[in-house]
Each structure stands twice: as C-alpha cells, then as structure tokens.
Design a protein. Structure first.
Length: 162
C-alpha cells in the first residue's frame, strides 16, 4: 500500500473590495445575475458570470424545477450558454455568488460536484486553467487557479478507454 497526500493553495480576500478591478467586476456581474434566479423551493439564489478569452461575459442563474433533477445550477447555465454561443472560445474565469431568502450567505459559495465536472470539461477541452472566484453575500472571497484544486481526481476521456 502507498499513502498519497495532496494539498492545494488558494487566495483568500477579506472582502470584495480587496479584489483586482477585473475580478471585482466579474463578481459584480455574478451578483447581478442572481436576479434571474428561479428558486421557489430552496429559496437559495445563485448567480454565475463566465468570462471568455475574448473578453465576452456570459451570465447564468440557478433554475429550479418541481422535479428536482430537471433544474440547473447557475454555473452550468452560464458555462453551457457561453459554450453554445461561443463554441471555439476558451473560458478564462468564472465568478459565483449567492443569496438566500432565509439567511445571510456569509461564506464563499463553491460549485456542486456536477458543476465542478462540467467546468473541468472546458479546462480539458481548451487545455487551459479557469480562474474561479467564489463569494457569498458578504464576507471573504476565495480565488482558485484551476478546477484541479476543487476537483483533483476529475473524470476525463482517458476513463472512457478510447
């Protein structure tokens, strides 16, 4: 048996005001995207803003459905819309934020497992790391360089035995 350990690094900012202006603007767009959220069941509204290598920003918000598996998270809405509208353009960054009708979201909001896998797919497609900017309504902001830090053992095409 062999024991393997893996660690990762990320940046922590005490507030959105400490961010570089380009990161702050992208995060503001993610927060604005929350207004399009449809979350009548969870009351948890998420917005995502995807910045493409050509400078275009595509936003998305979570869309719930009474049949829970039919809904989509904000991250996948934004990533899929960006890929559909600009199929040959790599994603350079994604910002994610959330608010709740029931409590203050004071911690950065990470993507769920399905969203992590969807985002890593676009890193693999274009062979480039995506900058991930995470925030809540208030509080700290986390920045990760690449999905490998959030999904270290991602499923990839090698697993399909092509």
């Amino acid at each position: 048996m062999k024991q393997i350990s893996q660690s990762f690094e990320y940046q922590v900012f005490e507030s959105i005001h400490e961010l570089h202006v380009t990161d702050r603007e992208l995060l503001d767009m993610a927060k604005d995207a929350i207004s399009g959220s449809y979350a009548p069941y969870s009351h948890y509204h998420v917005g995502a803003a995807v910045k493409l290598a050509n400078g275009t920003v595509v936003c998305g918000s979570n869309q719930e459905n009474m049949s829970f598996p039919a809904g989509l998270c904000a991250e996948r809405v934004a990533v899929f819309a960006a890929s559909s509208a600009f199929p040959g353009v790599p994603i350079s960054a994604i910002a994610i934020s959330a608010i709740s009708d029931d409590f203050e979201v004071s911690e950065p909001v990470p993507p769920c497992g399905m969203c992590r896998q969807a985002i890593v797919e676009y890193e693999m497609k274009f062979n480039n790391k995506i900058r991930i900017i995470l925030a809540g309504q208030t509080g700290k902001v986390f920045i990760f360089h690449g999905m490998g830090t959030l999904l270290p053992l991602a499923f990839h095409e090698k697993g399909l035995a092509k």
